[in-house]
Design a protein around this ligand. Structure first.
Ligand code: C2G
Length: 132
């Protein structure tokens, strides 16, 4: 069984998230998503609208996702890859090169981001609509 892992906040779920999850799963048999906790988001200077628990419930309902684990630190990836016997690490290419060190433990692939959508854009557009 080829195991794949990817990391992220996945807040205000959109087609960019679904596209990366679908493509990551298509590259293996089992997809683990390491979901940023609310505390880790603070380290990323991100404030998710949905709590970790709710983002986890949403992700676990997606057909491409087999397991959700917490992402609590920047440094846990190599340990995750070994602990979960991961064959392939996948991220969007906005992260290109950032995690190449993991190639000591597994394959590393960066996939093209989905253009024109992001959680930040959703928030900005909603603010415009609501505040004129
Ligand atoms: N993504 C994408 N296309 C978009 C938006 C996001 O392919 N239009 C991808 C990102 O490249 C990432 C994943 O969706 O691979 C999750 O994106 P975020 O929730 O924004 O996650 P991020 O803040 O990039 O966290 O340790 C890694 C970090 O936790 C990654």
């Amino acid at each position: 069984m080829k195991k794949v892992i990817t990391y992220g906040t996945f807040d205000l779920l959109h087609t960019g998230h679904i596209n990366i999850l679908r493509r990551a799963k298509a590259m293996g048999d089992y997809l683990i998503v390491a979901l940023s906790t609310d505390e880790f988001n603070a380290l990323k200077n991100k404030k998710a609208y949905h709590s970790y628990e709710n983002r986890k419930i949403i992700l676990e309902s997606i057909r491409y996702v087999d397991e959700v684990i917490p992402e609590e630190t920047w440094g846990q990836k190599a340990q995750d890859v070994q602990k979960h016997d991961i064959d392939l690490f996948v991220m969007g290419d906005d992260w290109k090169g950032e995690f190449d060190f993991l190639s000591a433990h597994c394959d590393v692939v960066y996939l093209p981001r989905t253009i024109g959508i992001s959680t930040t854009k959703i928030k900005k557009d909603l603010n415009k609509v609501n505040n004129g």
